[in-house]
Design a protein around this ligand. Structure first.
Ligand SMILES: *[C@@H]1O[C@H](CO)[C@@H](O)[C@H](O)[C@H]1NC(C)=O
Ligand SMILES: *[C@@H]1O[C@H](CO)[C@@H](O)[C@H](O)[C@H]1NC(C)=O
Ligand SMILES: CC(=O)N[C@H]1CO[C@H](CO)[C@@H](O)[C@@H]1O
Length: 425
């Protein structure tokens, strides 16, 4: 098994080649992978401090992401309640890992990254909820290019929870939790674009259907899918349009709501390279899945192809069991710590079949809304450039000179990026 995994990892690495431009462009951050791995974020811009939990106005999250070319850092932690949807601008790096206390939760409505090219989004919770706009997603991307979502927790979408649909190029969603689309639609999300979506090491949990629904060009590796409902787990296209997907080393686990098998609604237009996807269907409280057979009987009626598509894969391909362990220990906004919602979701998966439920109101038992997120204290930052004094001193910067934060260092990153990325390496 280990040898097979490492051969696969080597193959995955080779597969990157056809997609590199020759000059190796800078990764969005160390560890960025897949189609969205070269997103630039706010590197050529300035630092914006979120200084309050207000819905709008100076120092608010809405104001922070409303302008382009920004690296957004958080001087406060806690829950930001939003009434209207938030629209994110181009070239914004949202560095949720900088928030003190329990980190940041955005609650009450959803966010749009449509046309927010070059987005980097890390360690933040987006929990839409029943008060959000009817018929809208918790996260929507309808147009745009080069975006990476890393360690994001997204839940309670009223339409889809995380939806990429339309003229969208080169997006990655990695190490994230996509959970509990609200009834009655209860959807994990559409992932449909002909121009590249990578989904690596994510947890899809408690959605009736579309966990996800894939169309177009898609790379689905090392994900964990738990407690999908009668609408389906991985929906293979279900359409006329052609799809070309890798589906490798994922782990599907049935829960109390699961009534259909892992793959549904495939047809001959859906071309899938499938390898070593595990399925634990017995809901017996222990993890004991096995690899799905590599034939159409296990993969709906998709067209199974023999060679993987040459998409930019994960640097390290995990076995399905290791992927599960990795996802349970770290997926979602897990720094500085997971919130009560994600803890509950992870416990559901760890019940291996017995916990998990219908949610049409996130404030009712057993979820109790977004929960309490501690505020915390930001570290001392004399020049107010977003980099704490202690780190500036330890790394040869001047803690009384704010201009060094956006200066580009030898690796090609702005100094503040080196700091914010170091928090979570
Ligand atoms: C998407 O990425 C591929 C390779 O990674 C690149 O060739 C293509 O130009 C990118 N498309 C856009 C619109 O950025
Ligand atoms: C946001 O709403 C939640 C309850 O839904 C509450 O606990 C929290 O204090 C609110 N946050 C702010 C900043 O008002
Ligand atoms: C959270 C949620 O909506 N879960 C759904 C999962 O699917 C089952 C079966 O369709 C539904 O009953 C659940 O509501």
């Amino acid at each position: 098994m280990r040898i097979i995994s490492s051969i696969r990892a080597a193959v995955a690495t080779l597969l990157v080649l056809p997609f590199s431009s020759g000059v190796s462009a800078l990764l969005a951050f160390p560890g960025a992978e897949g189609f969205g791995r070269e997103a630039v974020g706010g590197r050529a811009g300035s630092v914006y401090h979120v200084t309050n939990l207000d819905d709008s106005g100076t120092g608010s999250f809405r104001d922070a992401v409303g302008g382009s070319n920004r690296i957004v850092v958080f001087d406060v932690g806690g829950t930001i309640n939003i009434t209207d949807r938030v629209v994110v601008s181009k070239n914004v790096y949202i560095a949720g890992q900088t928030a003190p206390g329990g980190g940041i939760t955005i609650y009450g409505n959803g966010l749009s990254w449509s046309n927010a090219d070059e987005a980097i989004v890390r360690y933040i919770r987006i929990r839409m909820g029943k008060g959000g706009s009817s018929g809208k997603d918790a996260i929507t991307i309808a147009e745009g290019q080069d975006m990476i979502f890393d360690h994001v927790s997204v839940s309670w979408g009223r339409d889809e929870t995380f939806s990429i649909s339309g003229d969208v190029y080169n997006v990655t969603v990695q190490d994230s939790i996509i959970a509990q689309g609200l009834e009655t639609h209860s959807c994990g999300g559409l992932m449909q674009t002909d121009h590249g979506v990578s989904l690596f090491r994510n947890l899809y949990v408690d959605n009736k259907t579309r966990n996800p629904k894939v169309k177009g060009m898609n790379d689905f590796q090392n994900n964990v899918i738990y407690n999908w409902g009668g609408g389906g787990g991985y929906i293979a296209g279900d359409s006329e349009g052609a799809s070309y997907a890798n589906i490798i080393n994922n782990y599907f686990i049935s829960g109390p709501s699961t009534s259909v098998t892992a793959f549904t609604r495939g047809n001959a237009n859906f071309h899938g390279y499938v390898s070593n996807n595990f399925y634990d269907s017995d809901r017996d409280g222990t993890l004991n899945g096995a690899a799905l057979c590599a034939s159409t009987s296990c993969y709906s009626a998709m067209d199974i192809v023999t060679e993987a598509y040459a998409y930019p894969g994960p640097t390290t391909l995990l076995s399905p069991a290791d992927a599960l362990e990795h996802v349970l220990s770290g997926a979602g906004a897990s720094f500085p710590a997971r919130d009560g919602v994600d803890k509950r979701l992870v416990e559901e998966v760890q019940s291996f079949g017995t916990l998990g439920q219908l949610v049409s109101d996130e404030t009712a038992s057993p979820m109790y809304g977004p929960g309490y997120v501690a505020g915390g204290e930001k570290p001392v930052d004399t020049d107010g450039d977003g980099i704490p004094d202690e780190w500036e001193k330890a790394n040869g910067l001047d803690y009384e000179d704010a201009s060094d934060a956006m200066a580009i260092g030898s690796e090609g990153y702005a100094n503040i990026e080196v700091y914010i990325n170091s928090l979570v390496q």
